[in-house]
Write a protein that binds this ligand. Structure first.
Ligand code: GAP
Length: 455
């Protein structure tokens, strides 16, 4: 049965089994930072591979790059992040806590839609409605101030204005500044796409909801460079394309919805999120943005390099439009964890917990379980060495076979192979299916094909 976990329950499961740990835990942690453990790292890597496969490998004229996190600071002047990438913050004059004004309003009245309000309207709404401080309950806030979300650091030995560099707040700019390089080296006509998976950093002050909102996170961003006039059609196509991606990972359609933005980021003409229904409500996991020619025009202006494209069919020249489809790797991993968790009561009354990951996302595809450690270890090790040539394999010889099945269930391992006396005598093994719990006996030589077919 599907069990909808509360956030704290999932946090505990992640910690107990090794999906995700609190960052710097032995020092009491650091707010909004999390470390992926042995299972979580595999799960997230498989999610990133699935994105790479769907958005890059399966599409013609789609190229992946790996740009540096630190970029020339002029990039962020050109992109508008230095002047406009900020949150509207207020301080409570009573208890000195800091809050996002739009969150205060939306939590007070979800129909108020703070994202459609100006700064002055938000100030007035907070005052007129005497919105209380979530910490102390009083309503005595400062006026809204803009707080830039970019992390600054310094390069070189002298710390002055010239030494400031920023940790990138989005991957996209790495793709834009490489537009000319990719166009030249791939000789691709429009439309073509540049994708990138990588870390981004934002000085978020709002509470995180586990890995949903963190200060360091990973984005899987995809930019389609296209002819102006074709942008609307491509925008609509990629909204649906992203939704189909999530469904292909096993997320049911009724847990997903589109949310068109009323208030747009400084670069966007149109923006639509795909939201997943988390236990705390609907939360964005993807964004499709029509960024027009804003970014390339700005980079042309600030760098002096021409971003013009010449259409080979009619020699027309223009700056390409960009449609962006972006997915948060950590938010998607969180959605997959919630979505995969099931609890089932067994005939003997025990409850089994299962992560029903889509097999392509499962941290391990197969577990090898020698029935009796002393007797079956050698054969099990041989099998492990063969199967690791093809699959991600876990090896577990601790505890009863029942306990080992339970452990692999919560790891989400689709197949468990038991090595026993029959393996030594008849060259057969028992394969158990995670979802049906049915067991089949097959010859060792058939294992690879058997698993490949089922996966
Ligand atoms: N390049 C466009 C861009 O950065 P965004 O909507 O600000 O757009 C894209 O971010 C995606 O990155 C979001 O859909 C979300 O999944 C993820 N994301 C954004 N901020 C995040 C944060 N603080 N923690 C975790 N993921 C975040």
């Amino acid at each position: 049965m599907k069990k909808d976990l509360k956030m704290e329950e999932l946090v505990n499961i992640c910690k107990q089994y090794g999906f995700i740990f609190q960052g710097s835990e032995i020092y009491g942690g650091l707010a909004n930072t999390w470390d992926y453990g042995p299972l979580g790292t595999r799960l997230k890597n498989n999610i990133k591979d699935s994105w790479r496969n769907y958005f890059i490998r399966k599409r013609r004229n789609a190229y992946e790059i790996d740009a540096d996190i630190l970029m020339n600071p002029k990039v962020w002047e050109a992109s508008g992040h230095i002047s406009s990438f900020s949150d509207p913050l207020v301080d409570c004059k009573e208890c000195k806590t800091r809050h996002r004004a739009d969150n205060l309003i939306d939590n007070f009245n979800p129909d108020a839609h703070a994202d459609g309000m100006s700064k002055q309207q938000m100030n007035e709404y907070i005052k007129n409605n005497k919105i209380p401080c979530p910490k102390c309950g009083k309503s005595n806030f400062t006026e809204i101030r803009d707080f830039n979300l970019m992390f600054e650091t310094n390069r070189g030995v002298i710390k002055d204005d010239k030494s400031i560099v920023y940790l990138r707040p989005e991957n996209a700019q790495g793709e834009y500044v490489n537009y000319l390089n990719v166009k030249r080296t791939t000789r691709s006509p429009l439309p073509f796409a540049i994708g990138q998976i990588g870390k981004a950093f934002r000085n978020e002050i709002t509470p995180g909801n586990f890995t949903f909102r963190t200060i360091e996170f990973e984005q899987m961003e995809y930019q389609i460079f296209c002819t102006p006039g074709k942008d609307e059609e491509i925008y609509e196509y990629f909204k649906e394309y992203a939704k189909k991606y999530f469904i292909s990972l096993g997320i049911p359609e009724n847990k997903l919805r589109f949310h068109d933005h009323e208030k747009l980021a400084h670069y966007a003409k149109k923006a639509c999120d795909i939201e997943y229904l988390f236990p705390f409500g609907w939360g964005e996991i993807n964004g499709t943005h029509n960024r027009t020619d804003f970014d390339l025009t700005q980079h042309q202006k600030f760098s002096g390099e021409s971003m013009m494209y010449m259409n080979p069919d009619n020699n027309e020249k223009y700056i390409p439009y960009i449609i962006e489809s972006t997915v948060g790797a950590d938010r998607l991993t969180l959605a997959i964890l919630f979505n995969s968790y099931f609890q089932e009561e067994l005939e003997n009354g025990d409850v089994r917990e299962v992560m029903r990951f889509s097999p392509k996302l499962a941290p391990y595809k197969v577990a090898i379980l020698p029935l009796i450690k002393k007797v079956h270890a050698q054969k099990a090790q041989e099998l492990f060495e063969i199967l690791t040539n093809y699959f991600d394999v876990s090896y577990d010889d601790a505890g009863s076979i029942g306990k080992r099945y339970r452990r692999q269930d919560i790891y989400g391992t689709p197949f468990c192979i038991t090595v026993d006396n029959d393996t030594l005598e008849k060259n057969t093994v028992t394969i158990r299916n995670r979802d049906t719990m049915k067991q089949e006996t097959i010859n060792i030589d058939e294992i690879k094909n058997f698993i490949e077919n089922k996966l």
